[in-house]
Write a protein that binds this ligand. Structure first.
Ligand SMILES: Cc1ncc(COP(=O)(O)O)c(C=O)c1O
Length: 422
């Protein structure tokens, strides 16, 4: 690159990823094919509208790109309609609110401090400011409390019930949630951003055909570029006709919420990269990848439990572990900092009913999707658990942490990033 400053920073970030263990559950390592699409000429093209109905000329090829992305998303998740234009997960959720609710309507989502996402009704987020947000919590045991959700829904009669999380280690009972939504006549949004890759792999039940709308980011377990999908059943109709907020009209309502409601031109390079990632996710190897993510998370959970780490809900069904560090006499940010010095990237996180403030919570979140992409399996998880424990125990000893970092750097050489060789 001619821009040496940026070139250097890209190299340093690549090296940071290569030499360390990436354990943030919402991150992954994309394939060279995904990166190629992202860095293509498609980024130059304006194409406001949808395939065949654009406000710009020259869309012959980007139309085909978007159609491929939509068709692959529909086939992979088994739905009638896919919108692939949302710039990322937050705008995708915003589009669903915009499509199905009016400002001031009541919406219900899992509170951020119990594992929900900001866009699920946090007061400081658009979803809590523009809408009357009612937040549910997990039970004391960290599991979703379906009875409490049903009771809160009966009391508040929301227009939209949002289910999904950034820090929930267990499986969602979509059928139960459908019954709750139906009991009060509310739309059900399943935000599967974290678990989409596991759904594709058959490792988590799919909400498709149960929830009214499904949103997902494309860059977490799905291992694509940053971006999002909005999936629904029903028929997209003439976009110029006024449409009522019925289930059948959801595809049209979603498409219109994206443009002209919230966005302008789609990011065609991103759409192409999503199409590539969806193709990769349709292969049998991806199913095996999803299964290995869960096997690795379960093994890591076992090993940490043996070392007396407290896991919220007592374990995991998916790709992540939420660790309550209270009994270890360390807080989340200290553990995060020590692990980073040792070359393991995690993030501090609140735990249910956290007595500590949200900016300095009691726990950390650990995930296996990125490590699994690099080929780590159960055996390596045993070693990872040793390192995690050693970094936390030796958090005050920078020399020990630095020598662990070197040990980890050497270890990672046998597990190259996608497209690199060992
Ligand atoms: C459940 C959930 N929904 C939505 C989002 C938002 O995605 P983005 O960061 O791409 O806006 C996230 C991201 O962490 C998430 O975990």
């Amino acid at each position: 690159m001619e821009d040496k400053e940026i070139e250097k920073l890209i190299e340093l970030e690549t090296r940071r990823q290569r030499d360390g263990l990436e354990m943030i559950p919402s991150e992954n390592h994309t394939s060279p094919e995904v990166l190629k699409a992202l860095g293509s000429r498609l980024t130059d093209k304006y194409s406001e509208g949808y395939p065949g109905k654009r406000y710009y000329g020259g869309c012959e090829f980007v139309d085909q790109v978007e159609n491929l992305a939509r068709d692959r998303a529909k086939a992979l998740f088994g739905v009638d309609h896919a919108n692939v234009q949302a710039y990322s997960g937050s705008p995708a959720n915003m589009a669903v609110y915009y499509a199905l609710c009016d400002p001031g309507d009541t919406v219900m989502g899992l509170a951020l401090y119990f594992g929900g996402h900001m866009t699920h009704g946090l007061k400081l987020n658009f979803s809590g400011r523009l809408y009357n947000s009612v937040q549910y919590q997990t039970g004391k045991d960290g599991f979703l409390d379906y009875e409490a959700i049903a009771k809160l829904a009966k009391e508040n009669k929301p227009k939209l019930l949002v289910v999904g999380a950034t820090a929930y280690p267990r499986i969602y009972d979509w059928q139960k949630l459908r019954e709750i939504a139906d009991s009060v006549g509310t739309f059900l949004l399943a935000d599967i951003s974290h678990i989409a890759g596991l759904v594709v792999a058959g490792e988590h039940p799919s909400p498709a055909g149960i929830a009214d709308v499904v949103t997902t980011t494309t860059h977490k377990t799905l291992r694509g570029p940053r971006g999002a999908l909005i999936l629904a059943n029903g028929n997209p109709s003439n976009p110029l006709k006024a449409v009522e907020r019925t289930k059948e009209n959801i595809p049209t309502l979603i498409d219109r919420a994206i443009i002209p409601g919230l966005q302008g031109g789609p990011h065609n390079h991103q759409t192409a990269a999503i199409a590539v990632a969806l193709h990769e996710a349709s292969k049998p190897e991806f199913k095996e990848y999803g299964k290995q993510i869960v096997r690795n998370a379960k093994r890591l959970a076992e090993r940490l439990l043996e070392k007396d780490y407290r896991l919220v809900t007592g374990g995991t069904d998916n790709h992540l572990l939420l660790v309550d560090l209270t009994n270890k006499g360390v807080i989340g940010k200290e553990a995060e900092a020590a692990l980073e010095k040792a070359g393991i990237t995690v993030n501090k996180n609140t735990v249910p009913f956290d007595p500590r403030p949200p900016f300095s919570p009691s726990g950390i979140r650990l995930g296996t999707p990125a490590l699994t992409t690099r080929g780590l399996k159960e055996k390596e998880m045993d070693q990872v658990a040793e390192w995690i424990d050693a970094a936390i125990v030796n958090r005050g000893d920078d020399k020990k942490l630095a020598s662990m970092r070197e040990e980890i750097r050497k270890f990672t050489q046998a597990f190259p990033l996608p497209g690199e060789s060992a």
